[in-house]
Each structure stands twice: as structure tokens, then as C-alpha cells.
Design a protein around this ligand. Structure first.
Ligand code: FAD
Length: 428
């Protein structure tokens, strides 16, 4: 078999499971056919299997080939836009439902790791780092907001000295530590979840791009060489779905973000950079994010390329950001550099819903998706088992096309990002 290989990343090089799954070459029947084997697809599959349904997952390339196998590995709680923004759209009462769910995705990940014994270098603790007083005020508000929604005991504000004790850089004025955040080897999490799916009788086919979906009472999902007849379809292709379902395209935009990984650092250097081994992201609109791996490399990501064009030289783009944060790493070799796409919506809230009678989708978590995608799988399983409240709450969030339509969404977004970057720079 010759499936499109994983991006040439540190994660692919250190993957626990290199077994290729078969290509779909026959006609099969199941309860639910899932398109895409990233976290959204795998989490949906696991929850559905646990509820007693039969599941087939079709993946165009390899398990975790998309964002789920390439990301920064940061378990960031809540959503890309926080509960206060959601409250502005849905009102105070309904916002409470979202508030309750804001930390659930992270808990699902930890439950999966424990229940299915997934080896993915889980570490506790994530830091949001403030670059100026305005961002610090924002973090103070975020802590109060999360606590007002019942997420207490694991949040701690860090002053200048406090953040200096957890990140060895002069860049930050303070921060917020979320002890229930943390980090993982993202591809090994996806591969472990895939094994768990198979252990419950789920079938996963790689190199099996879906090319057509027939809607109706009994949908049929087509690949080049096979078909899946099912009761429900779950669309989990996110930024890589392309034109398969054009109705999903207008209100979202694939964006690239780039990651580099250094050679392994000495124990002393690793401990001096991030003594508690927390992961860190700053509070800029175009943010930097970084953490140590299990073998003490620094994984550092940042920036956004609207429209998901691959930059020619990822290392040249990201290394200056890394050195600005940690000048002490000058001369350190970069072993891996790659790019990956996430899906952005105008509101930066997930795009969730149903097409026709039996096709369900969740996509567009806009940069922070590791936890939300795990929650999404649970909500989809609840929906298909007749409990629609939480899925419907997300599905009711309004989404709008990017200004100027398909042709202008990249320039308009770039102008928007430039504006927010300037505000970040001057702390206004
Ligand atoms: C470089 C990078 C860094 C990031 N860092 C973080 C982070 O640190 N923390 C965080 O919270 N979020 C992060 N994110 C976002 C997060 O990774 C994503 O939101 C999340 O992984 C999306 O999961 P998904 O399953 O919806 O999509 P994906 O993981 O992209 O999976 C979609 C899958 O569907 C498959 N597919 C598409 N079309 C078809 C088809 N027609 N037929 C069959 N299969 C198809 C694709 O091949 C792909 O494997 C990052 C994203 C990127 C790109």
C-alpha cells in the first residue's frame, strides 16, 4: 500500500505504531461511517463504539495525518473564543451550558489515556503568558470567568517573578497557570485512540479518500474502490476536507501554522528553560507556543499563514521567534520543521451541525482544537444516541461567510491579523 505518508515531523519519526491499515476495496455496511481519522473522527468513533454502535472510519491518508498528528501538543482548555464571547451570542443562561463543557475535552483526553493505556508523554500544566499589562488584565478576567463557571482549584495567576520561575525568559510580565492543562505527543495520542477504536471492533481504513456522499435515509459513502452503506455519516475532515461538501466551505478557511523541533537538549538546559515541564503559549493574536518533548527537545510553533500556503523555509520563519524567547539556544540545531493546517471560522467558534437527514459535522475550532475535538466526539455520539441538547447548543452558534467571499477571505483575514498584531505589539 502507498498511502500519503505523515508529514516529516518529529512526531512521525517517534510514532509508537507504524502499522498501515488496509485500503477500503469492497462494499461494507455499518451504523456510522466517519470521514477522517483525526481527533474529531477518532473521538467520535470511540464514544460511538462505547455506546454500542458499529463504526467504520475512512481516512484519506494515514491516522493522524492532519492537524491531530502535527500540532503543538498543548492541552488548552475552553474554546478558541471564550465563554464570555459565547455569552454575547447566546445569552447568560445558555452560556452556562458552554461553561460546564469548557474543561471537559481535557478530561476526556486524560480518561482515554488512562482507560486505554495510551503512551503519549502526558505532562500536566499549561501556562498562558502575558507580554504586557493589557494581556495580564485579560488573564485575570479569564481566571475569574472560568472560576465563575465552576473551574476552581487548578488556576493560578503568576506575577513577573512567578512566571520567571516557570519559563526562563524575560519576555513576559506575568501569566496564568492552568494545572489541568498540559501536553502530549499528539500523533501518539491519535494512534493510541485508533488502537482503542479497533479494540472495540471499529474498522479503520487508510488511503481511502471519500469522493462522494449520497445523502438520504440510508447514506452511501464512496471511495475510489469501495463503498460504506450506513445509517449516519460523521464528517471530520476539518481543514483537509476540500470541496467534498461545498456547503461547509464558505464559512471557514484553512490556515497554516508552523512548528520546529530542536535536537535533544541537555538535561540541565531543558530544566533551566522550563523547570516544571509546563507547556506555554503567549497571549498574542498570532501566538507562539512551545514545550519540551519526552526526550527533551523544544517543540516551538507560531505564526499563521492564511489560506494554508506552505512557506518555503519553516525554520527561517520560526527560529527567530524561538531565539527571541530563548536566546540561550543560539547555535542549537533544528532536527525537524513542518507545517500543518487548522480550520478557522470568522467567529473562531466551532462549526457544528447537520446536512440533510443523516450527515453530521464538527470542524473549524480555529487554532485550539486538541480538547474541543475530544468533546466534539462525545457530543456527536450523544446526538446519534438521541441526546441532542449539547450538540444542538454548538449547532445553534451562528456562522457567517468571510467578507468578500472565497476570493477575498485570505487578504481580509491577513489585514485583520496585521491590525491585531499591531495592537499586541503596542499593548493596546
Ligand atoms: C501545526 C498545528 C499546531 C497546533 N497546535 C495546537 C495545540 O497545541 N493545541 C490545540 O489545542 N490545538 C492545536 N492545533 C489545532 C488542532 O490540532 C486541531 O484543531 C485538531 O487536531 C483538529 O482535529 P480534526 O480531527 O478535526 O482534524 P484533522 O486532525 O486535520 O483530521 C482531519 C482528517 O480528515 C482526513 N480527511 C480529509 N478529507 C477526507 C476525505 N475526503 N476522506 C477521508 N479522509 C479525509 C484528513 O486526511 C485528516 O487526517 C494545531 C494545529 C496545527 C495545524
Amino acid at each position: 500500500m502507498s498511502a500519503t505518508p505523515h508529514a516529516s515531523s518529529y512526531y512521525a519519526a517517534s510514532a509508537n505504531d507504524k502499522v498501515e491499515r488496509p485500503r477500503l476495496e469492497s462494499i461494507i455496511e455499518t451504523d456510522v461511517c466517519i470521514i477522517g481519522a483525526g481527533y474529531t473522527g477518532l473521538s467520535s468513533a470511540l464514544h460511538l463504539l462505547e455506546s454500542g454502535m458499529k463504526v467504520v472510519v475512512l481516512e484519506a491518508a494515514r491516522i493522524g495525518w492532519g492537524a491531530s498528528g502535527r500540532n503543538g501538543g498543548q492541552i488548552v482548555n475552553s474554546f478558541s473564543r471564550d465563554i464570555d464571547s459565547i455569552e454575547g451570542v447566546v445569552g447568560k443562561e445558555q452560556a452556562k451550558l458552554f461553561g460546564k463543557m469548557a474543561f471537559e475535552g481535557g478530561q476526556i483526553i486524560r480518561d482515554r489515556i488512562a482507560k486505554y493505556n495510551i503512551d503519549c508523554d502526558l505532562k500536566d500544566g499549561g501556562v498562558f503568558a502575558a507580554m504586557n499589562a493589557k494581556q495580564m488584565r485579560h488573564l485575570e478576567g479569564q481566571k475569574s470567568l472560568w472560576e465563575a463557571h465552576g473551574h476552581n482549584n487548578h488556576l493560578e495567576l503568576l506575577d513577573h517573578n512567578g512566571i520567571r520561575n516557570v519559563v526562563n525568559t524575560d519576555l513576559y510580565v506575568g501569566g496564568l497557570l492552568d494545572k489541568s492543562g498540559g501536553h502530549i505527543h499528539p500523533l501518539n495520542l491519535a494512534l493510541g485512540e485508533a488502537r482503542a477504536v479497533e479494540s472495540l471492533g471499529g474498522l479503520i481504513f487508510e488511503d481511502s479518500a471519500v469522493i462522494k456522499v449520497d445523502d438520504g435515509a440510508s447514506p452511501i459513502v464512496h471511495t475510489a474502490l469501495g463503498q460504506v452503506k450506513c445509517k449516519y455519516v460523521v464528517v471530520a475532515g476539518n481543514a483537509y476536507l476540500g470541496k467534498l461538501l461545498p456547503e461547509l466551505q464558505a464559512k471557514s478557511m484553512p490556515c497554516g501554522t508552523q512548528v520546529i523541533t530542536t535536537e535533544p537538549l541537555s538535561d540541565e538546559m531543558a530544566a533551566s528553560l522550563l523547570p516544571q515541564d509546563y507547556c506555554v503559549e503567549d497571549c498574542n493574536y498570532l501566538l507562539d507556543y512551545y514545550r519540551l518533548t519526552g526526550d527533551k527537545r523544544l517543540v516551538f510553533g507560531g505564526g499563521v499563514v492564511y489560506g494554508a500556503r506552505d512557506p518555503a523555509n519553516v525554520e527561517a520563519l520560526i527560529m527567530p521567534k524561538l531565539l527571541k524567547t530563548f536566546p540561550q539556544l543560539k547555535g542549537t540545531k533544528v532536527d525537524y520543521a513542518w507545517t500543518g493546517n487548522f480550520l478557522m471560522t470568522l467567529s473562531r467558534l466551532p462549526q457544528v451541525g447537520r446536512i440533510g437527514d443523516n450527515i453530521y459535522y464538527s470542524q473549524g475550532c480555529s487554532g485550539h482544537g486538541v480538547t474541543y475535538t475530544h468533546l466534539a466526539g462525545k457530543l456527536i455520539a450523544e446526538m446519534l444516541n438521541g441526546q441532542a441538547t449539547r450538540f444542538d447548543a454548538f449547532a445553534a452558534l451562528p456562522h457567517y461567510p468571510f467578507p468578500g467571499g472565497h476570493a477575498m477571505r485570505v487578504p481580509f483575514s491577513a489585514i485583520g491579523a496585521w491590525y491585531y498584531t499591531l495592537r499586541d505589539k503596542f499593548g493596546i
